[in-house]
Design a protein around this ligand. Structure first.
Ligand code: COA
Length: 148
């Protein structure tokens, strides 16, 4: 069984994050977008790497005061259903839960795997953003996890 470790992302990792993002997301962030967000105040970037040091998934979030918004979650196709996104999301929660009142995210209405992941981790559907996504145009489900 492979062992995956969660660690902080460094600037050198950003091209690999952009590569996974291109593989996984219909309208991916560019490297420049990752770099800008990484440099922003309140950014949280975590990666999952295997025992060879290869990054196979990541999560990014922005925080403003006590509100944390997840921006990206992706796991490379060959590494899915091994609990990696769960490890990443739990590590993110542990990292922010001392100051965050809640963590929020959007997910495409058609993205059943991601919605199932978030529900399993305690995120609740709190709204719909009409036509939030483009290419293809689609509603976003807004989900939030609050401290108990
Ligand atoms: N179908 C149904 N449920 C799924 C699923 C799928 N294909 N993939 C994950 N889940 C749910 C299950 O409840 C799963 O628990 P289980 O394996 O015990 O049944 C739970 O999520 C945890 O799965 P996990 O192994 O931690 O997730 P993962 O590492 O495979 O990553 C995604 C899940 C969504 C991040 C991954 O599929 C991905 O990168 N997708 C493309 C990018 C994307 O859609 N990102 C989210 C944007 S909002």
């Amino acid at each position: 069984m492979r062992i995956y470790t969660i660690r902080e992302v460094t600037a050198e990792d950003l091209p690999r994050l952009a590569e996974i993002e291109r593989e996984c997301i219909p309208k991916p962030w560019s490297i420049a977008a990752f770099e800008a967000e990484f440099a922003a105040r309140g950014a949280v970037f975590l990666a999952a790497e295997d025992e060879n040091g290869e990054i196979c998934g990541f999560v990014t979030a922005s925080s403003v005061l006590d509100e944390v918004s997840i921006n990206n979650v992706a796991v490379t196709a060959s590494c899915r259903r091994k609990g990696i996104a769960t490890l990443l999301m739990n590590a993110l929660w542990d990292k922010v839960s001392d100051f965050a009142a809640f963590v929020t995210l959007e997910v495409r209405e058609s993205n059943a795997p991601a919605a199932a992941l978030y529900e399993k981790l305690g995120y609740k559907k709190v709204g719909v953003r009409k036509n939030f996504y483009s290419e293809p145009c689609e509603n976003a489900i807004l989900m939030t996890k609050t401290k108990e």
